[in-house]
Design a binder for this molecule. Structure first.
Ligand code: SAH
Length: 463
């Protein structure tokens, strides 16, 4: 067997080669082919000729590292000052921003082509003016390095922790707050989490900042509830960070790489921070999902609203509604909006946010979108528009079945994963729905490979 395998694979470990990059994977890795055998190469771009060193050889593909660039791409960004960030936080940092936007559009096009939907149009990705320091939320691990408490990041697909001070894509005020809190933790003598032994106190720091309100929430994610000198830590944060209006503690006792635990306690200030989107106010609690790029979120929602073509008479369902951000935006232009979301705290926020904005044409339910879609269908609700904004795993067949059984005129699909979007489009097509407008990618995550987009499906006439 081994011999056959060796014969089939045209490269060997540690071999040095010169290759030309033909494609980029959805994770932003360069792909070169050696006699048809794909080698994945980090940090190399399409068209580049590179000298590489083969580091891993598998049966069907291998990995190599660049040792020398012989010819570079015109799309290469040379102002990359922290190359190591590319391995964890900013995997597309070496690609110029216009090329990143085209990369994201092409990803959607290629996935559509794979299922023979070449006839669908994908519009140019909507980008942002300054594609750095855009994130309104940070969740950074806290670890001990050389006897000192540090904040940082893990290299992609690894447990290698790198201490860091400038996170490149986070709001700079968030980075400032993180560093102040890190220093407070250091002087307070509290220990950092130790993953291997599940010991130590502080696992993560989460910081959120309202883009318009400038309110900041700090969440200390701790392994246990009782943390030494916690009162002092809270006092010092209040003293040294006047923009912090909420200090929370989240307790996560488990040996897991899930960041937040189930329990959140208020340590000081309010339990929420406020932000504004399209002139609507939103109170956001620690556990609730909230889009991370506020400037691009306004563009994304405006696209979704425009594509829904609401006149004020419609009934709308917003599945996966979070704290009701899309629901409230739609409610201003519709007769009635129903929202469903699985996180109870988020629905509490959603209900509160509706009244905060004096909107009374919304109803929110806690539960699985699948269950509620079926419930609404049984109750005879006739939505004109169904909005879906699911997590990366996309929709289930049962949700698609109940949604299409209600025969809405339009389904507006906000997607954060083009692979599941394309899969779901084919399922909608089997049930008489077709994509009627260009798919619109909106760049919510510059410097990363994440692709967000809006798609509209409509019922085929005479169906
Ligand atoms: N539309 C919102 C949230 C989108 S993120 C916004 O733009 O802010 C996806 C949301 O789906 C998250 O809030 C997540 O908690 C929720 N969710 C995940 N699985 C779910 C399910 N099976 N049913 C309902 N909601 C779900």
């Amino acid at each position: 067997m081994e011999e056959i395998m060796k014969k089939q694979v045209p490269v060997t470990k540690n071999q040095k080669l010169v290759v030309t990059i033909e494609d980029l994977t959805y994770q932003g890795m360069g792909v070169a082919k050696v006699d048809g055998y794909p080698l994945f190469i980090d940090g190399a771009l399409v068209g580049e000729e590179v000298e590489v060193h083969v580091v891993k050889v598998g049966k069907n593909f291998g990995f190599a590292k660049v040792t020398n660039y012989l010819k570079t791409s015109p799309d290469r960004a040379f102002d990359v000052d922290k190359v190591y960030l590319q391995t964890g936080i900013a995997p597309l940092q070496h690609l110029t921003y216009p090329a990143q936007l085209e990369f994201k559009r092409k990803l959607v096009v290629d996935l559509l082509n794979k299922v023979h939907l070449n006839n669908l149009t994908v519009a140019p990705t909507m980008g942002m003016k300054d594609p750095y320091h855009y994130r309104n939320k940070a969740q950074v691990p806290v670890r001990e390095v050389n006897g000192q408490l540090e904040i940082g990041f893990f290299k992609r697909n690894s447990h290698d922790f790198m201490p860091l001070e400038d996170f490149l894509i986070q709001d700079e005020k968030i980075d400032e707050t993180l560093l102040k809190v890190r220093d407070i933790l250091r002087v307070s003598g509290v220990s950092a989490y130790d993953e291997a032994n599940n010991t130590g106190m502080i696992r993560h720091l989460m910081v959120r900042r309202g883009y318009y309100s400038h309110e900041i929430m700090v969440v200390l994610v701790t392994r246990v509830k009782k943390v030494p000198n916690l009162d002092q830590i809270v006092y010092l944060i209040q003293q040294q960070c006047p923009e912090v209006t909420s200090i929370m503690q989240n307790i996560n006792p488990d040996k897991t790489n899930v960041i937040l635990g189930k329990k959140t306690i208020k340590l000081a200030g309010k339990a929420t921070i406020q932000d504004t989107l399209n002139d609507l106010k939103f109170d956001i609690s620690a556990q609730s999902f909230y889009q991370v790029n506020p400037q691009q979120t306004e563009k994304l929602y405006n696209e979704a609203i425009k594509k829904a073509q609401l006149t004020g008479n419609e009934t709308v369902i917003d599945a996966y509604c979070g704290i009701g951000t899309i629901s409230l935006n739609m409610a201003k232009h519709a007769k009635k909006v129903y929202g469903v979301e699985i996180v109870p705290e988020a629905i509490e926020d959603a209900k509160h946010n509706a009244s905060l904005n004096n909107l009374d044409n919304l109803e929110f339910e806690v539960g699985e979108a699948e269950t509620w879609m079926a419930n609404w269908q049984k109750a005879g609700i006739k939505p004109d528009v169904i909005m879906v904004d699911p997590p990366r795993k996309g929709l289930t067949t049962s949700l698609i079945e109940s949604a299409t059984a209600m025969e809405p005129k339009k389904i507006v699909y906000v997607s954060c994963n083009p692979a599941t979007l394309v899969r779901d489009i084919t399922e909608f097509m089997e049930r008489g729905y077709h994509v009627t407008q260009p798919i619109q990618p909106v760049d919510q995550f510059p410097q990363t490979t994440h692709v967000e987009s809006v798609t509209v499906l409509e019922r085929t006439q005479n169906d």
